[in-house]
Design a protein around this ligand. Structure first.
Ligand code: SF4
Length: 694
């Protein structure tokens, strides 16, 4: 306090990094943030935070921020700074020109999970109302789209079932494909506290994450499966539960479709799905699988938490449904301490999905083919909506390469870095005639852009984020936007330039429209958020604060639906040329590709991305600690320093992807989830060899 001086005023807002959604008091002197203090009444964090959130204000004032709009006629020309008027006029006239020349469907857009619900809602509205198409998608495409699909199919709602408090009632916790102490640190701490109090832990992960063994915590079972074999593992766990009569028949009869259950039970109980037979794929000792299944089914309240190690696979949606099957079969749904809990990645990835950022769904996950829903939007917006789903991100890029998709509006998303098959993304962007980027920094995708619209940070705008527990929380403007406009205002300028009569004076009016059109947001308003602090959708007049736990009496879809989850090995194969499997994850101090954290005081803890390799594999290749090694796949190659560790099993290597030089997506494949196109980032066959560095 002596160094930074006493704050003059403060405002409570929400962290803009991960899906935990910690509340902070931004302490200010004038227009300057001097400190972010974890807010003790924050319902998601209760006064705690991690090292990322405390320093998050740093990137707002970083010198790399672009504060003036820029345009250029082609991507080989230098950028030219211009006025907002010219830049917005260029966007509107280019999208109109492209649609007149190539047809309506030649344009689309991508919303951002870093932006507020209100920002996202307006982008999808612009695309549907202004462009007249459904070519809208979000970065959830590359992370939790299988969660949306899998949970909607089985339970009827595309969201996690519990609040974070629920973990305090768990007796057994199964963590699958997630590393909460690094990826979701504040929730990770609460989980550790519960484990220290005596809850039992099962970890399903190829890598020995910290939770497996940390002070006073030791997992009962660590099922260190081969990457890409989640479905085989989960089906074999189900096999044990069914064949050893551990099913909660009372729950299943009362809450689920019995015929579908018996069909599923017949399927999983086949000998081919036993742990002994599945060992050929998973590599895990069948006795450990049996012990884990017994513990989850009989150990009291069983809660499952999972992350991108579940979703980013060619069977990502199947895996989510296999998890839902396990929870239903054991009756672990509908009360505190149980449930299926996706640990959502970005601060507002839940919200960006809720807001209709999918080419087939309007806000609230309602399919475009639903006439009643469509007519509600048509009446409110005064347009006829196309009932046909639009293009997903990969389809937009494919169409661009084929020459039928020509213009894109990308808000707060660096698809060149974050989407699979970088070369294909570059080819798609390079083939377009108008790429519009709205962002804080000149990201990699901006290399292919014609218009750059400066974005605003979470400190410069009012709005809301929705965290992993469906909690809608206020984001409060504590300083004027350095670029001149909040993101929602920029989208409104484009809409007006395209002839739409939008006239929002404040994001609270956007929320009023969201609440009017979206049953799960029934009654949400800024006034209610001020009164209650936060609201967990679904909410209504009877339950204005919403529901901490969903599916308490019935599932949203009525009866819970068991799905057959046949294991299908990925097409990405190891062999003599590419003998190792590369998988990826995060570290505590950095966030995703580091665009924000590398521009804050988190650089203090910057650890370069390293390749974790087992001592046996390192020795075979003559690799020593710290050596530069080339990681080569069928798609491309990158260079990393070696970190020799038995955290990974022989045959598996692992890296983080926080530094742009790592460019992990140069080596990843273009395989993706069969249902949602979520990329298979977690399984890449590679070879590694000594090199001289990048
Ligand atoms: Fe909380 Fe996540 Fe922000 Fe850390 S990064 S402070 S855990 S919301």
């Amino acid at each position: 306090l002596i160094e930074i001086g006493q704050p003059e005023h403060s405002a409570v807002t929400t962290c803009a990094y991960c899906g935990v959604g910690c509340s902070f008091k931004a302490e200010m002197r004038g227009e300057e943030v001097v400190r972010m203090v974890p807010y003790k009444d924050g319902k998601a964090n209760r006064g705690h935070s991690c090292v990322k959130g405390r320093f998050a204000y740093g990137y707002t004032t970083h010198r790399d921020r672009i504060l003036n709009p820029m345009v250029r006629d082609s991507i080989d020309q230098p950028w030219r700074e211009t006025t907002w008027e010219e830049a917005i006029g260029r966007v509107a006239s280019e999208f109109k020109r492209i649609q007149e020349k190539y047809g309506k469907g030649a344009v689309g857009g991508i919303t951002s999970s870093r932006c507020t619900n209100e920002d996202v809602f307006l982008v999808q509205k612009l695309i549907r109302q202004g462009f007249g198409v459904n070519n809208v998608d979000t970065c959830a495409r590359v992370c939790h789209s299988p969660t949306g699909y899998g949970l909607k199919t089985t339970f009827g709602e595309s969201a996690g079932t519990q609040d974070f408090d629920s973990v305090e009632h768990a007796d057994v916790v199964m963590v699958i494909g997630a590393n909460p102490t690094d990826g979701h640190p504040v929730f990770g701490s609460r989980l550790k506290k519960r484990l220290r109090e005596g809850a039992k832990l099962i970890v399903v992960d190829p890598r020995r994450i910290d939770l497996v063994r940390s002070p006073h915590i030791s997992a009962e079972q660590h099922l260190a499966l081969k990457p890409g074999t989640n479905v085989a593992m989960l089906t074999s766990l189900a096999h044990v539960i069914v064949t050893e009569n551990l099913v909660n028949e009372e729950f299943v009869r009362a809450r689920c479709d019995w015929n579908e259950f018996t069909e599923w039970a017949d399927f999983v109980s086949a000998e081919a799905n036993s742990p002994e037979r599945m060992q050929q794929y998973t590599g895990v000792d069948p006795e450990a699988v049996r012990a884990a299944a017994r513990l989850y089914a009989t150990g009291g309240n069983g809660a499952i938490y999972y992350g991108l190690g579940v979703t980013e696979h060619s069977q990502g949606s199947t895996t989510v449904m296999a998890i839902a099957n396990l929870a239903m079969a054991t009756g672990n749904i509908g009360r505190p301490g149980v449930g299926v809990n996706p640990l959502r990645g970005q601060n507002n990835v839940q919200g960006s999905c809720d807001m209709g950022s999918f080419p087939h769904e309007l806000p609230g996950y309602r399919h475009l083919s639903d006439e009643v829903t469509r007519s509600l939007f048509e009446k409110t917006w005064g347009v006829k909506l196309n009932p046909e789903p639009g293009l997903r991100i990969p389809n937009m890029l494919d169409a661009a390469v084929e020459g039928t998709f020509k213009g894109i509006y990308i808000q707060g998303e660096d698809i060149l870095q974050s989407d699979p098959d970088m070369q294909h993304v570059a080819a798609g962007l390079g083939a377009m005639e108008c790429v519009v980027i709205q962002d804080l920094f000149l990201n990699e995708t901006a290399n292919y852009a014609h218009v750059f619209l400066p974005g605003s940070t979470f400190l410069e705008k009012d709005g809301t984020f929705t965290n992993a527990e469906r909690r809608i929380q206020p984001v409060r403007r504590v300083m004027a936007p350095k670029n001149g406009y909040a993101d929602w205002e920029v989208t409104q300028l484009i809409a007006k330039a395209m002839g739409l009569n939008w006239d929002y004076q404040h994001p609270s009016q956007i929320m009023d429209e969201i609440a009017l059109l979206t049953p799960t947001f029934n009654g949400v308003s800024y006034k209610k958020l001020e009164e209650l602090g936060s609201i967990q959708w679904p909410c209504n007049d009877e339950h204005p604060s919403g529901f901490p736990v969903m599916h308490t009496e019935t599932f949203t879809r009525g009866q819970g639906r068991f799905m057959l989850t046949q294991y299908v090995p990925t097409d990405e194969k190891t062999g003599s040329r590419f003998p190792l499997i590369l998988t990826t994850g995060r570290i505590l101090s950095q966030y995703n590709v580091g665009a924000q954290t590398r521009r804050t005081d988190n650089v203090m803890w910057h650890e370069e991305d390293r390749l974790e390799i087992h001592p046996h594999d390192a020795e075979q290749r003559g690799v020593k600690e710290g050596d530069w090694i080339t990681v080569r796949s069928r798609s491309g190659e990158t260079a990393l320093r070696a970190l020799i560790t038995d955290r990974v099993a022989p045959g598996v290597v692992y890296t983080t992807f926080h530094h742009p030089l790592t460019q992990a997506n140069i080596v990843t494949t273009d395989y993706s989830d069969w249902a949602t196109n979520c990329p298979e980032y977690k399984v890449t066959a590679v070879q590694v060899s000594l090199s001289n560095g990048p």
